[in-house]
Design a protein around this ligand. Structure first.
Ligand SMILES: O=C(O)CCC(=O)C(=O)O
Length: 292
């Protein structure tokens, strides 16, 4: 067991999980976390849902309730955000950046009578059209049993390959509390209709390429006085980190300086990946040959 996250039984990401995610566009991990942690988070979510307004609009669905900023509303959600296996997979899937970031934390209740959500790809918010890499990886943690009657997420397997639009039949992602589904930002999916008399409740977290504008404005949601209370890895995920090379500084310094007492210096300093640093050094070495 991991010392910081005792509820998590750590298993290293096997190549076959990532392989399935890449091939099918989604993967379900059974028993990924202790259901007791999920029950505790669920219990904290209920009074918050009670004071949350119904969603407006036919995409979110008027028989659903949703709220964001989960690390403020339910601090134990950080155990899910920092789940080592999920983070490992997210880092492998979101390879087109120096470091990934937390993109959104959303709690969702789907009430009886909710209509099916329009099928969509999550990364359409940045770019519509075919892409050959993922911008975002979404992670669905159910708090109750998800089955077809209660409106389990419907996924169109392999639709992330954008191969013509005839995607075949969707699958209803049936899960129990403790299970988790990871799905590509490119895969077609949507919440199913709730034809039962039960409320479907759970959360969807997502991670994205570190250089994208995130769905939630993380730095305003978790300003320095709040992020100071986070473990360093969580503070980095919500934006207190430079994206190499040279992206996202405050006064030319890594924003993590705002979490310490450091006085921010005026002036800039290179923040490079090792590869870029090597190329810059090579350039200067070639100049000194010419200058010699
Ligand atoms: O809750 C679900 O099953 C999917 C929700 C979703 O895809 C969304 O709201 O963008």
């Amino acid at each position: 067991l991991n010392a910081i996250h005792p509820a998590i039984a750590f298993r290293p990401a096997s190549a076959s999980i990532v392989e399935q995610l890449r091939r099918e566009g989604y993967v379900i991990l059974r028993d990924a976390i202790d259901p007791a942690l999920i029950r505790a988070i669920d219990a904290e979510s209920r009074p918050i849902f009670e004071r949350t307004q119904w969603s407006k609009g036919s995409f979110y669905g008027e028989r659903t309730k949703r709220f964001l900023a989960l690390l403020n509303h339910i601090p134990a959600v950080q155990e899910l955000v920092l789940h080592p296996l999920v983070l490992d997979i997210a880092n492998q899937m979101l390879g087109e950046c120096d470091s990934i970031q937390l993109n959104s934390t959303q709690a969702i209740e789907v009430h009886p009578g909710a209509r099916q959500q329009p099928p969509h790809r999550d990364q359409i918010i940045w770019h519509e059209g075919a892409n050959d890499f993922d911008f975002v990886l979404s992670v669905s943690w159910p708090f109750v049993r998800y089955d077809a009657e209660v409106g389990a997420t419907r996924v169109w397997p392999r639709s992330h390959h954008y191969d013509g639009g005839a995607y075949g039949e969707p699958v209803d992602i049936e899960m129990e509390p403790g299970d988790v589904m990871l799905f590509s930002g490119r895969v077609m999916h949507g919440q199913g209709c709730n034809s039962s008399d039960r409320i479907r409740r759970g959360i969807i977290l997502s991670y994205s390429l570190g250089w994208l504008k995130p769905f939630e404005n993380m730095m305003l949601t978790y300003p320095p006085e709040r992020a100071r209370e986070f473990p360093p890895e969580l503070a980095e995920l919500v934006g207190y980190r430079m994206q190499r090379p040279n992206l996202g500084s405050v006064e030319g310094k890594c924003p993590s300086a705002l979490l310490h007492d450091d006085v921010l210096p005026l002036g800039l300093e290179d923040t490079f990946t090792p590869e870029l640093a090597r190329r810059v050094e090579e350039f200067h070495a070639s100049l000194s040959h010419q200058e010699a």
